[in-house]
Design a protein around this ligand. Structure first.
Ligand code: CS2
Length: 489
């Protein structure tokens, strides 16, 4: 079978959407760090829409900070790939052309720095996942992390986003090239502000003058990104190739829903995203909190409760009446913590979420979402629980999610496969998770210390007590019994 490429585009069946613009006339305007499936199903689509409407200055240079897989799969096909949008009604395919080139940072860090210093590049975007922000238990940049220490000493051979961005800022300034805007698209609260704070901590450790330069010249708008993008499977490759008539080494599979809310602070310019469904706002905070607490919080709940009850996908787990009721109860605890004066409509939001989780064609694996719980739960569950406690509200469901995460971690290598999911703190937590013989309260207190959950919050002991009580029941009687102890949503 022929491979997907610029040359084979003309041979695609007539009903397959494809770049109708001249890709060779598009110049790189965005460098994206973390060019995984999520970016390719989300931001790259909004940019593709802009290019199709005639903009030519916003092509994407995609960079992987770790693995060569995306570049290896897509470079031979001129960086083209297909987007498969699926629901119960079927699948629609579209070939996407907005990624112009792909780099693998560890292979050649200098090439990424060169891309970051192109005068045509005005925006640097990131989807590097929570763990790449390298925060310590106190939430600050982990200056003792080996990669951070490496980057502080090797400016032209960076490994972290901080090393790359700060070196690029320094080089652009030295060469008289104007600054870029840095846009985080990760699932962190106040992601722009958070990135700015951590980046300044890095720059400060490298050179105070450089830190001042970052502080004065770089804008860090925050953004809320939303689209569910399960990992691609071989079945996707086979199905997509049959529909295209050409082979695509790495299509991405997603849902019809897509949302992007972005703070409109781009001093160096930006694509006209608002023309294609992006909501440009002054303050993304309320949208982020709603998404992190209602979507991501329940996603993590479904992942850990689902794994402990033997459900392989979100749709399976969510069709289990016990879990469905649980999620409703979780939402009932989270909604009162959201601002009520920001024009949000949480009821409509969870109505839509219910449909999205029921999508039978997504096949989103619970094990995929279960990864990196120590990095996700703080903003998805713990912050919500702290706020509920502060306002005298219930935290039964919230606390059970934390207990289910611990129980799922403990179950790896026993009831669950040892490598079903991983966590960046696995090494630090291995001893704790192996300590099934210790009392639940001891386990929970050690987990809270190592993860930094609710550090410095007066509500921490109450939260720990609630989590311990649930963990005790899960250990002794199973997840079903723990859920059964809860009053109905
Ligand atoms: C998920 C998210 O894997 C996870 O942790 O909760 O990736 C989720 O699918 C996206 O945030 C949806 O926008």
């Amino acid at each position: 079978m022929t491979d997907l490429s610029n040359a084979s585009l003309a041979a695609l069946p007539a009903d397959i959407a494809r770049p109708g613009y001249d890709r060779s006339a598009v110049t790189p305007g965005i460098v994206h760090l973390g060019v995984g499936a999520f970016h390719r199903a989300h931001q790259a689509i909004y940019v593709d829409d802009c290019l199709a409407a005639g903009e030519t200055g916003w092509g994407i240079v995609g960079a992987s900070l770790r693995s060569p897989d995306t570049r290896d799969a897509l470079a031979p096909q001129d960086c083209l790939y297909s987007l498969a949008v699926r629901d119960g009604q079927g699948e629609s395919l579209r070939v996407v052309g907005s990624i112009l080139s792909l780099l693998v940072a560890p292979e050649n860090p200098e090439r990424l720095l060169e891309a970051l210093c192109l005068p045509s590049v005005h925006i640097v975007t990131l989807t590097v996942t929570e763990k790449a922000y390298l925060r310590n238990a106190a939430g600050d940049l982990d200056l003792a992390h080996a990669d951070v220490m490496w980057d502080l000493a090797h400016h032209d051979r960076s490994k972290t986003v901080y090393g790359f961005i700060v070196e690029a800022v320094a080089r652009r300034q030295a060469a008289g090239i104007g600054p870029f805007t840095v846009l985080s698209c990760d699932n962190l609260p106040a992601n722009g502000k958070t990135l700015r704070r951590l980046l300044l901590q890095f720059a400060e450790a490298r050179d105070a003058k450089l830190a001042a330069q970052v502080e004065q010249s770089i804008a860090f708008p925050s953004s809320m990104v939303d689209r569910i993008v399960p990992a691609t499977t071989d079945a996707d490759r086979t199905r997509v190739a049959a529909a295209l008539g050409v082979a695509d080494a790495w299509p991405v599979r997603t849902e019809p829903f897509s949302q992007w809310v972005v703070e409109d602070r781009f001093p160096a310019g930006r694509p006209a995203w608002e023309r294609f469904g992006v909501t440009m706002v002054d303050d993304v905070g309320p949208f982020e909190d709603m998404k992190l607490r209602l979507l991501n919080g329940s996603h993590s709940a479904i992942a850990y409760l689902g794994l402990l009850s033997g459900h392989e996908t979100v749709a399976d787990a969510f069709s289990d009446p016990m879990i469905r009721r649980f999620v409703q109860g979780l939402w009932n605890e989270a909604i009162p913590t959201l601002p009520d004066n920001a024009g949000l409509d949480p009821k409509a939001y969870i109505g839509k979420l219910t449909d999205r989780y029921d999508n039978p064609a997504l096949q989103h694996r619970t094990a995929q979402i279960a990864n990196d719980g120590s990095q996700k739960l703080p903003q998805r569950i713990v912050a919500t629980a702290v706020e509920q406690l502060r306002r005298g509200g219930a935290i039964d469901h919230l606390a059970l999610v934390v207990a289910a995460w611990i129980a799922a971690c403990e179950a790896r290598g026993g009831a669950l496969d040892a490598d079903l999911f991983t966590d960046p703190l696995d090494a630090q937590l291995a001893g704790v998770f192996a300590g099934l013989s210790s009392a639940a309260a001891d386990t929970v207190s050690q987990v809270f210390d190592r993860t930094g959950f609710a550090t410095g919050q007066a509500e921490r002991p109450d939260l720990q007590r609630a989590v311990s009580a649930h963990l005790d029941v899960i250990r002794n009687a199973g997840i079903g019994a723990a859920i059964a102890t809860l009053a109905e949503g």
